[in-house]
Ligand binder design. Structure first.
Ligand SMILES: [Zn+2]
Length: 325
């Protein structure tokens, strides 16, 4: 990130938006060209869960492509959009997976649960009960289905919504840019899925068809690169229900229309221990999907402009027209 900033200072800025529980800087890279302020933007984060090593790698791959590989096919998406990329939301958990426990998922904060501390003697002292599942800590239907109030659980939601410095920093930043942000993409692993909100209920979001349409276009482009098959749908339908997750919050609270959780490779053969030989192919295909999404957003925006002053057509119809043009 620092290298890209020094090699392309006109378009790359590294922003420190806060500190983790253990004091590590939380860094977001902004990629922006030209002088136009407040362009539509896309947010991509990775590494919210420590053990999902492919996610920070893919975020960095996308970043590098945007900055260094400005082929014809990439020009419009960096000229017409700003990009905010945060490769590691959970640096403490990520570090912990490198030095202590490869399968650690949560952050590394000390538990603030006084009741739990009082009763610690009743818990198995060998169990590791630090940290919060940062993807259950967001302030939208927090603490409901698919999360745990037990600090020892891998899905511990924390004492309260946004109890963690990591989720607070990211959500504050996103709220500040909410008018600009048109898409929120959070990279996780594994299962090869593009997940659409909601996670907390089986009910579909009102504009589900729009999110499905765009997501399908993205995974079609993705699969053309190496033939990798992705499925698309909601978490309750494809995996399990979740609450307090970042994609639900981005959609439900921040109001970002296109919000997706991307579960990267693979489907379980190696799981979190994805071989290094798959890092670049996963980056390459995911970038193809993200690029298609970005281009669709640009086109949609132009279409919306042309409809200004008129009654806005149903978006489903709009997308249909787009696909035919
Ligand atoms: Zn995850």
């Amino acid at each position: 990130m620092e290298h890209l900033m020094s090699s392309a200072p006109h378009m790359v800025d590294v922003l420190t938006i806060g500190k983790s529980s253990e004091g590590r800087p939380l860094k977001v890279v902004k990629v922006s060209t030209g002088k136009e302020m407040g362009k539509p933007a896309i947010w991509i984060d990775g590494g919210m869960h420590g053990r999902e090593w492919i996610a920070p790698a893919v975020a960095l791959y996308i970043l590098k492509q945007l900055v260094e590989n400005q082929l014809n096919s990439n020009i419009s998406i960096i000229q017409k959009l700003d990009w905010y990329i945060m490769p590691v939301v959970n640096p403490d958990g990520y570090e912990y997976t490198h030095v202590t426990d490869r399968f650690w998922r949560k952050s590394r904060s000390k538990t603030q649960d006084a009741e739990f501390e009082e009763n610690r003697m009743f818990w198995d002292s060998a169990r590791e009960c630090a940290g919060v599942d940062l993807n259950r800590n967001w302030d939208f239907h927090w603490g409901e289905v698919g999360s745990s109030d037990n600090p020892c659980s891998p899905n511990y939601s924390g004492l309260r919504p946004f109890s963690e410095p990591e989720t607070r920093a990211v959500s504050d930043f996103i709220l500040d840019k909410r008018d600009q942000l048109k898409a929120y993409i959070t990279l996780h692993s594994y299962s090869q899925m593009w997940l659409i909100p909601w996670g907390f209920t089986k009910q579909k979001v009102a504009d589900y068809e729009d999110l499905l349409y765009l997501g399908k276009k993205a995974i079609e482009s993705l699969s053309k690169v190496h033939g990798t098959k992705y499925t698309i749908g909601t978490s309750p339908a494809l995996l399990y229900p979740t609450s307090g997750s970042s994609d639900d919050w981005a959609k439900g609270k921040a109001g970002i229309q296109y919000s997706y959780t991307v579960e990267l490779r693979d489907r379980g053969t190696y799981g979190f221990l994805l071989p290094a030989t798959q890092i670049v192919p996963t980056g390459r295909e995911t970038f193809a999907g993200v690029r298609t999404l970005a281009k669709s957003l640009i086109n949609n925006r132009e279409l919306k402009k042309s409809h200004q002053g008129r009654r806005r057509p149903r978006i489903g119809v709009q997308w249909q027209q787009l696909s035919d043009s």
